[in-house]
Ligand binder design. Structure first.
Ligand code: AHR
Length: 517
């Protein structure tokens, strides 16, 4: 996005009004211009991915609950399947996360009742292994979602990773394929996306290594996996450890030095939170996300040295979300990481998605972590589910923001955030798909409307524009069982030639969608 950040019409004092007070004063003014010829890149649908880890109640008690009246005969919760489908999830990562770093996939195949229960050390439980490779791949197949399997490069071996690819992707003629057939699956699933471990830069990871040791180890795994199936796309574990003192740039540089000829993606992770309860600072955190993406893209570029334009390495942001309340050392056992989201979290998610779209040329995979119960947009109990606030922006983006990402020129009032610099009150991304434009706008202002004049420079708007608004009575409003306070409300507006005026309410996310030619 081209943003004239120095165009500060009014640097209003943040938090001048008490939280939740919608004093309807004169709207702030902004100007947005787009031109369909000015493109950032193609939006990869895989940026609307999600993640299912053997963690807490994400799988057991979330998407899989054997014996529940809400489950089908395979044990999949049907209400959850419907919600996942409504979310238009494009890609699903599994089995972890930290869990994957001590997971032996062979424990999770064969007759369910004969599978071994294992001590699960990432999250302090016992893993029943009743949900394994078949259960996961059949699940995503039923929902039309692309699978992404993360191999164990923590305690696992090269052969385990290689044989997993063989089990899933080779048609027949080997011991592994015979085993798959015996276990009830004749045809291979052809899993295309494979992770070379998870967060290997984190001391919390089982099998954590230095960048050099990880690079060497992952290289041998990558060779075997690609020699098993040359069509697989590999994702190397880039940075997840941004703690003070960690050299996250150096980690990526070293990993790429070993793996650049063997991978298609470098993964990054980022979790954000409002620990200080500073709304305006929290709302600016996507500036940091943007900075990390651009820095990583630069490291990749430097590693490739301009030598491989036809065979690039893209960024897989394969874990991102708001996560700060339900975390820490006490988070061990079954009912853990169950964040209860509010409106400000949903707005931050919309801004994170804007950032992925505005970096559509480099970010080609993104996975919200995670899908059900565990830091998730869908929340269940044994009787049903409710949709968390963060469900709504993710759904609107996934269903509507496809095609090409356009550059968005914006003049907008700004404020100074505590940690993330000067920030525009509006945060915007634009896409164009077969003549249909979608603009995603977050109004970060706590209590003032921002009115924008949106102009298309090389055409005219046609017909009515759909408006989908996600907001709520105050920034701390959330949803619960039987209570939907934050939802999507729809309406429409009429453009005028090549101009469209819209007043974006305070603390809101709006999607505008319509045609131009
Ligand atoms: O998503 C929760 C955890 O966060 C994942 O297991 C891990 O990869 C990350 O640290």
């Amino acid at each position: 996005m081209i943003s004239r950040r120095d165009f500060a019409l009014t640097a209003l004092a943040p938090l001048a009004a008490p939280l939740g007070l919608h004093a309807q004063t004169k709207a702030l003014q902004a100007r947005i211009k787009i031109d369909s010829d000015r493109r950032i890149g193609d939006i990869d649908p895989k940026i609307y991915g999600n993640f299912a880890e053997h963690l807490g109640r994400c799988i057991e008690g979330g998407l899989f609950e054997e014996g529940s009246p809400l489950s089908n005969k395979q044990g999949y919760r049907e209400d959850v399947m419907k919600a996942v489908k409504d979310l238009d999830v494009t890609l699903m990562r599994w089995p972890g996360g930290n869990f994957s770093s001590n997971y032996n996939w062979k424990d999770g195949i064969g007759p369910r009742d004969q599978r071994p229960a294992r001590l699960e050390m990432a999250w302090g439980t016992v893993e029943s292994n009743r949900f394994g490779t078949h259960e996961f791949l059949d699940y995503v197949e039923a929902l039309g979602i692309e699978p992404y399997v993360c191999a164990n490069l923590g305690t696992g071996s090269w052969s385990e990773a290689q044989q997993w690819v063989e089990y899933c992707n080779v048609a027949d003629g080997t011991a592994m394929t015979k085993l798959r057939k015996q276990n009830g699956r004749d045809k291979p699933w052809n899993v295309k996306y494979w992770g070379l471990g998870n967060e290997m830069d984190g001391p919390w990871q089982m099998g954590h290594r230095t960048a050099e040791d990880y690079g060497k180890f992952a290289l041998e795994a990558a060779k075997l996996m690609k020699w098993t199936d040359a069509s697989v796309k590999l994702i190397a574990a880039g940075s997840s450890n941004f703690r003070e003192g960690s050299d996250w740039v150096g980690w990526n540089r070293e990993v790429l030095a070993y793996l650049k000829d063997h991978i298609e993606y470098l993964s990054l992770h980022m979790y954000v939170g409002n620990t200080a309860n500073d709304y305006y600072d929290f709302m600016a955190v996507s500036n940091q996300l943007d900075d990390r993406i651009k820095t990583a893209a630069g490291i990749i570029r430097a590693a490739l040295g301009g030598l491989r334009p036809a065979n690039p390495i893209h960024i897989a942001f394969d874990e991102y979300n708001v996560w700060y309340r339900a975390r820490g050392n006490t988070q061990r056992g079954r009912k853990i990481l169950e964040e209860h989201y509010n409106l400000e979290d949903a707005l931050v998610i919309a801004s994170m998605l804007n950032t992925f779209v505005n970096n559509a040329d480099t970010v080609k995979i993104a996975n919200m972590a995670q899908i059900v119960n565990v830091i998730a947009p869908i929340f269940t109990n044994e009787k049903g589910l409710f949709l968390q606030t963060i469900f709504h922006p993710l759904q609107l983006f996934s269903k509507n923001t496809r095609g090409a990402a356009l550059q968005t020129y914006m003049e907008c009032p700004t404020y100074e955030s505590k940690h993330f610099g000067k920030t525009t009150y509006l945060d915007v991304s634009t896409s164009l798909n077969s003549g249909v434009m979608t603009m995603n706008v977050v109004n970060r202002h706590l209590d003032q409307d921002v009115e924008a004049e949106i102009e298309v420079q090389n055409g005219t708007f046609k017909g009515k524009f759909e408006v989908a608004l996600v907001t709520g009575p105050d920034i701390k409003a959330g949803n619960d069982f039987g209570k939907t306070t934050v939802n999507t409300a729809t309406s429409s507006i009429t453009p005028n030639g090549n101009k469209l005026r819209h007043r974006f309410p305070p603390h809101s996310y709006t999607m505008l969608k319509g045609s131009f030619a």
